[in-house]
Design a protein around this ligand. Structure first.
Ligand code: FAD
Length: 375
């Protein structure tokens, strides 16, 4: 029996598994390897941190879901890929050994490189996991007054939750922002447009920040965090009482010896999501070495392209489905300041930039439907 192996059970891995299960005939065994038995809808971690939902509301049983669609789930972690042999070495609770593949999809997401910023681990919160988001939520519960700093470290490729967290905290602490007992600062390592892959949305975002009395600081490449302040390569020293930063992103170093990664360990693919230099192998999601921010929307579309091309190759056809690198994201400010951005990163083309309460509803509706459809 021929095998398709998917590494990773996040947005890209799950969507690719669904697409392949629906399009490839049953003589192919599809296997998905992931260290997590549950799928977590990561964009909802902002709400989790704010106490607006529980972990159970934003996750579902991935193993059961895969079983339902005829995909074998292996609870484990990729350790190594044997390039010439088309084998993956996997270790985990119920499997230790090699899995052969005919087609491979790498969808392992990003690594949080907290070690790149001194003091991050000791002093900064982040919200890129259920436990981390819950810890930030606990710290918020006991926060009464002072300065909250929310931001991105250099090469943190995720601006949306920074903006959404800042807006949500501004709504929560409204009267205290008015009388000055609470201050909120949002910091970015470069310009707002760099954070959004080149899209020019600073007018809309800055007016939203101003409306909420959030101070925005650009060109703050954080290098070090002490118990009381964060310092930057540009000699900033910014005091804080509560700190939440998105850490630097990297790919997965265990793939380096294959010669398929860039200098930050992200996997190099072409516009068909095919990995150069690894036969019958594709990658999708945050792990790929594309420019700009990294969003679930991109992971899903990349997974669809990779799955379609694997199905075409299996059918003996040319794997010619192409991916177009674009942002289609809502920055939810909870009301009329919410922004919808649709922007082509590769061709620098602004398809749509809209603002209004509608986009808060649209995001809520989209997220609810997505979870219902995929669980
Ligand atoms: C707080 C927050 C808010 C966000 N908001 C938005 C938003 O509003 N809009 C938007 O579009 N995107 C948003 N995102 C980004 C989005 O969640 C990511 O882009 C998306 O999760 C990427 O999908 P992925 O499948 O590439 O990676 P992930 O979803 O991270 O999945 C990676 C998978 O690989 C597995 N894995 C890792 N290492 C191994 C290994 N060695 N072996 C096997 N498996 C492995 C992981 O366990 C996981 O299952 C947000 C993210 C966060 C954290």
């Amino acid at each position: 029996m021929a095998n398709i192996l998917i590494i990773g059970g996040g947005f890209a891995g799950l969507v690719a598994a669904e697409k392949l299960a629906a399009s490839v005939d049953r003589s192919y065994q599809i296997t998905l390897v992931a260290p997590n038995r549950n799928f977590t809808f990561l964009p909802a971690l902002v709400e989790l941190a704010l106490g607006e939902c529980e972990p159970v509301d934003i996750s579902f049983d991935l193993a059961q879901k895969l079983k339902n669609i005829g995909v074998r789930f292996v609870h484990g972690e990729l350790i190594r890929i044997s390039k010439g042999l088309k084998k993956a070495v996997v270790t985990g609770a119920d499997f230790n050994g090699e899995i052969s593949y005919d087609f491979l999809l790498i969808a392992m997401g990003r690594r949080l490189a907290t070690e790149k910023v001194g003091g991050f681990f000791e002093h900064s919160h982040h919200i890129l996991g259920v436990n981390a988001a819950a810890r930030f939520g606990k710290a918020l519960e006991s926060f009464q007054e002072g300065t909250i700093v929310i931001g991105m470290c250099p090469s943190a490729r995720l601006p949306v939750p920074v903006c959404e967290t800042a807006f949500a905290l501004a709504r929560r602490f409204g009267p205290k922002l008015e009388d000055g007992t609470v201050k909120i600062k949002a910091i970015f390592p470069e310009s707002l447009s760099s954070a959004f892959g080149g899209a020019d949305l600073h007018k809309q975002l800055e007016s939203a920040f101003a409306k909420f009395k959030i101070s925005v600081l650009y060109d703050v490449p954080v290098t070090e965090i002490t118990p009381t302040e964060l310092r930057s390569a540009q000699k900033h020293a910014i005091g804080y009482d509560l700190l939440m930063l998105v850490p630097p992103f990297r790919g997965q170093a265990i793939l380096n010896d294959l010669g398929i990664t860039d200098s930050e360990d992200f996997v190099l693919v072409d516009d068909r999501m095919k990995i150069q230099g690894l036969s019958n192998a594709y990658a999708a999601g945050d792990i790929v070495a594309f420019s700009g921010p990294k969003f679930a929307h991109m992971a899903v579309r990349q997974a669809e392209v990779a799955a379609a091309n694997i199905a075409l190759a299996i059918a003996g056809d040319e794997p010619n489905r192409k991916y177009y690198h674009e942002i289609a994201a809502v920055i939810d400010a909870g009301g009329p300041e919410s922004i919808y951005l649709h922007y082509g990163i590769w061709d620098d083309y602004l398809h749509r930039l809209k603002q209004g309460t509608f986009w808060t509803w649209a995001k809520e509706m989209h997220d609810t439907l997505w979870r219902a459809r995929h669980r």
